[in-house]
Ligand binder design. Structure first.
Ligand SMILES: *Cc1c(COP(=O)(O)O)cnc(C)c1O
Ligand SMILES: [Zn+2]
Length: 409
């Protein structure tokens, strides 16, 4: 689909589609790609999509034309799994988990990165840069390697899970560790990208949001061409939930039966500027020193914050604030009762679901999708810390039985 304009999400200023920019010329607001969807309708699209393999590029009618073969690893096409025990605990019937940890580098970031890196190639860029709490870094490093582009990654010192750092390093990225927070790293990318001579691949890049919105299209398809009643999603910078909203809104525009889902943004108590603005119906106020075990959402000044707050309000949605203890409990529950190991930030969506259910947010028969944003193996420190290594046992059956403390009856 041809991009017709690049529109400011704050003031509505339209910029020519040919311009390469990351913020509004007038108000420095975030930008969004606009298409002309005339002539498209969901019935024909659904048929066409069903004839293609699953994944981001299945939805190419609703994605920007990049005049280039995509740099892809067949990202997207992730499972929507029923989680009956999670549902039962909230006295709900229909709860689904969108398992984004199934993506090539283990998080939903790959959806945006296939589009972002392809765009960088189409522009002839040799170098890409991002600020990251880990998963954007891992994803950008992998796609940059595949696309033959140099990856420069700026991370807050001590603020990134080891698994994610290992990925970025393995993929050959150049890592800069900052004495500062994610928000400092983001500021350096915004102010310094042109001096660094690199293409910015944070979620202020509107092409990334395009890839990420395919998760919404997938959910709609996986539910048989129907919207869920709710989408519950953890928010850090807010790009993911804003992307879901763009996906759902565009489906409505091409004729899907509404209403669109209501959105619930979940944040950790120590890093909750988006959730607070929603719950208090106030302006977004940045948090000085964001703190939570969920490092992927440890963000005080979210770049897509206002846009996400607006999307949640427009959808008639709400927000949830959860503690690190609740996040840890949801992570253990998902792993031990449903067999799904997710990272702490992802578990926040389930912790949020339970909290919102306790507040009476949902009707018992609502269809609810919780987004599990990333894989548990990326950040195993929490569960590993609870693991007390057992004493070594002699290599005999009897010794193993003794260690198990039981004998067959
Ligand atoms: C990036 C990320 C988030 C936060 O997403 P935003 O788009 O920044 O709101 C949540 N969970 C995981 C695992 C992530 O990688
Ligand atoms: Zn503007």
């Amino acid at each position: 689909m041809t991009v017709v304009a690049i529109v400011c999400v704050e003031c509505g200023t339209r910029h020519p589609a040919t311009e390469e920019r990351l913020e509004c010329q007038r108000c420095r607001g975030g930008l969004s790609l606009e298409f002309d969807f005339d002539g498209l309708d969901t019935r024909a699209l659904r048929r066409r999509w069903s004839e293609r393999p699953s994944g981001v590029w299945r939805y190419r009618e609703l994605l920007p034309d990049l005049a280039l073969d995509p740099v892809t690893m067949l990202e997207g096409g992730t499972s929507l799994l029923a989680v009956p025990r999670v549902a039962e605990r909230a006295r709900l019937k229909r709860v689904w988990l969108k398992v984004e940890g199934e993506n090539p580098t283990g998080s939903f970031k790959d959806r945006g990165m296939t589009v972002g890196i392809t765009r960088a190639r189409a522009l002839g860029q040799r170098r890409a840069v991002c600020a990251s709490t880990g998963n954007t870094a891992a994803s950008m490093a992998a796609y940059a390697a595949r696309g033959g582009i140099e990856a420069v990654i700026i991370v807050p010192s001590g603020g990134v899970a080891r698994g994610k750092l290992a990925q970025a390093v393995a993929h050959g990225a150049r890592l800069v560790s900052l004495r500062g927070s994610f928000d400092d790293a983001m500021r350096i990318v915004s102010d310094g990208a042109s001096k660094i001579g690199a293409y910015v691949l944070n979620s202020i890049n509107p092409y990334r949001i395009e890839g990420q919105k395919t998760a919404a299209l997938e959910v709609w398809e996986q539910l048989g061409g129907a919207f869920p009643d709710w989408v519950v999603c953890p928010s850090g910078n807010g790009g993911n939930l804003a992307a879901y909203w763009k996906g759902f809104s565009e489906l409505l525009r091409v004729g899907a039966d509404g209403p669109a889902p209501r959105l619930a943004s979940v944040q950790a108590e120590g890093a909750s500027p988006i959730a607070r603005a929603i719950l208090e119906n106030s302006e977004l106020r940045p948090v000085e020193r964001p703190e939570t075990i969920a490092s992927a959402i440890r963000i005080g000044n979210p770049v897509n914050g206002r846009r996400t707050v607006r999307a949640v309000r427009q959808s008639g949605g709400t927000a949830g604030i959860v503690t690190d203890l609740e996040i840890g409990e949801a992570q253990r529950f998902l792993a031990s009762r449903e067999g799904i190991f997710v990272e702490p930030s992802s578990a926040a969506s389930v912790a949020g679901l339970w909290k919102l259910a306790g507040r009476g947010t949902f009707a018992a028969g609502d269809t609810i999708v919780c987004v599990a944003t990333g894989h548990g193996l990326k950040d195993p420190e929490g569960p590993a810390a609870r693991f007390v290594p057992p004493q070594d046992t002699e290599p005999t059956v009897d010794a193993v039985l003794a260690a198990l403390g039981s004998r067959p009856s």
